[in-house]
Design a binder for this molecule. Structure first.
Ligand code: BG6
Length: 485
């Protein structure tokens, strides 16, 4: 199968950091179909050779195991082409059309790794140049809009030009092996699924913590904030993966229908829950790994008076027979105490204990580690400790599965997986328009509430787990975040 992958934003940050290294890995693993071209689009005047050289320089900087040797790079470079374009000019789309006609590939992928403000324009230009034939697929990177209205505007424009099954909305978390493992855990094993319901589960905690600050993305991030950057997409997708009913098949729409139901079942916000069940924070100066780091307000490109949140903690519920009454806590932030992506399922304690349990009754816990470790921990009680004074006391032990150790280098990275899925036309790991709109609809009251709340985000020192209000929020239900146990 031949393909042309047209990368709008081909000289931009995403292409640079993620897409080109991922495409090279796919090439190295022999999974990139033969006979393809990768056409980087940019505004600069550059030749194919200049572009290949720049990509070569970039790939020479990736971690050693993923770096090409000269021979490999020469072969990979022969797939790379460059197309100078000004996306406001229709003649440049005609030129692109001529480039594509040279090959007449089976599949043409238009990857929009550009600022989202250009999406509508590029899509209109593709339509005007008749570059939207049924063998075209369009990939849209997040953020897809800024709120529900702007998201709808983009999706309705895309819908005028492409059929929904030609549209690949990326949420790179869905491409992570650890997130796919979550689906495998739930729907590839019979033993966990019956336990995952309100009768057995006390609460579920989703944590997406980063040590990094905003890096060089200050201007973008200051207009975005953690709610739009991480919660509306990644965290809600994880919530869907852990909360959804078993899909009837692995067909993309079967999976997406179930995720949509979860989003529709999220408890609507009320004036009371907006104040009680949401916390926003912003990092102050502090210490990360022994290094002093500046406050968010002092980062480059950030307004010194900014109220943008770099931390969010929320409590919600999925109002359904399976989950009604079970709190789902979501927490994400930058400059936190560690890089830690995990879902913790806290089970209810035994109904009547004949043992002395530590801490008055530690309950079972299933921890799904997403990153940096990818694995599974099952915390159980056992009578292991040889305590002569307290012979019937139980201790907590854990079964610990490390998928990185078990599967090692055979694992495929998120972008590599998603790029191959686009080329092969597999939509399972991409977000449908209605799902995305529903997620925006749910976060919108929070956006509005924070806009009007002049007190702004609470500050937290870099290197901590966020504002203390986040612990207080969950303590009101009688629980604590998993690292506080
Ligand atoms: C991106 C956000 O979508 O996800 C970034 O825009 C964030 O702000 C990143 O750092 C986190 O991704 P990962 O894969 O490093 O957890």
């Amino acid at each position: 199968m031949s393909f042309d992958l047209v990368l709008f934003g081909g000289t931009g940050d995403l292409a640079w950091r993620k897409l080109m290294p991922a495409l090279f890995q796919a090439f190295r693993h022999g999974t990139l179909p033969e006979g393809g071209r990768i056409i980087g689009v940019g505004r600069d005047d550059a030749s194919h050779e200049d572009y290949r050289q720049r990509i070569g320089e970039r790939l020479a900087q990736v971690e050693t195991a993923k770096r090409p040797n000269p021979d490999e790079f020469a072969k990979f470079a022969s797939l790379l082409y460059y197309q100078r374009m000004d996306v406001s000019k229709s003649e440049d789309f005609q030129a692109l059309k001529r480039t594509l006609a040279e090959r007449d590939a089976d599949t043409v992928v238009m990857y929009l790794a550009t600022a989202p403000t250009l999406f509508t324009q590029v899509i209109e230009q593709l339509q005007a140049a008749a570059l939207n034939s049924p063998r075209t697929r369009i990939v849209l990177e997040k953020p897809l809009g800024y709120d529900l209205a702007s998201n709808r505007a983009i999706n309705s424009k895309v819908g005028e030009v492409f059929d929904e099954n030609q549209v690949f909305r990326i949420d790179h978390y869905l491409g992570k092996p650890s997130v796919q493992n979550l689906m495998a855990l739930r729907f590839g094993n019979a033993i966990f699924e019956p336990l995952l319901r309100r009768e057995n589960v006390a609460n579920i905690q989703i944590t997406l913590a980063e040590e990094l600050g905003v890096e060089k993305r200050g201007p973008f991030y200051d207009n975005t904030g953690a709610l739009r950057d991480m919660v509306q997409n990644h965290a809600l997708q994880l919530l869907c993966a852990i909360g959804m009913e078993p899909p009837i098949s692995d067909h993309a729409d079967a999976i997406r229908d179930e995720k949509l139901k979860v989003l529709r079942a999220l408890k609507p916000w009320t004036p009371e829950t907006l104040t009680q069940h949401s916390v926003r924070g912003q990092y102050d100066a502090g210490t990360i790994n022994g290094q002093r780091v500046p406050a968010y307000r002092d980062e480059q490109g950030v307004n010194p008076e900014t109220h943008t949140e770099t931390f969010v903690a929320l409590r919600t519920e999925i109002v359904s027979w399976r989950w009604a009454g079970v709190p789902f806590y979501i927490r994400t932030g930058k400059r936190l105490a560690g890089r830690d992506g995990r879902i913790v399922i806290n089970f209810r304690p035994v109904p009547h204990s004949i043992f002395k349990l530590p801490g008055g009754g530690a309950a079972n816990q299933l921890v799904i580690n997403l990153q940096p470790r990818d694995g599974l921990e099952l915390h159980l009680m056992a009578q292991g400790a040889n305590n002569r004074r307290n012979m019937d006391a139980l201790s907590s032990v854990q079964l610990d599965l490390d998928f990185d150790k078990r599967f090692g280098s055979e694992r495929v990275g998120a972008y590599e997986r998603l790029l191959l899925d686009v080329i092969d036309g597999r939509l399972n790991l991409f977000v449908r328009a209605d799902e995305q709109e529903e997620a925006w609809r749910w976060v919108e009251p929070l956006i509005e509430y924070w806009k009007q709340d002049s007190s702004g985000p609470r500050s937290y020192p870099s290197g901590t787990w966020g504002p203390s209000a986040s612990s207080a929020m969950i303590a009101r239900d009688g629980y604590h975040w998993s690292e506080e146990s």
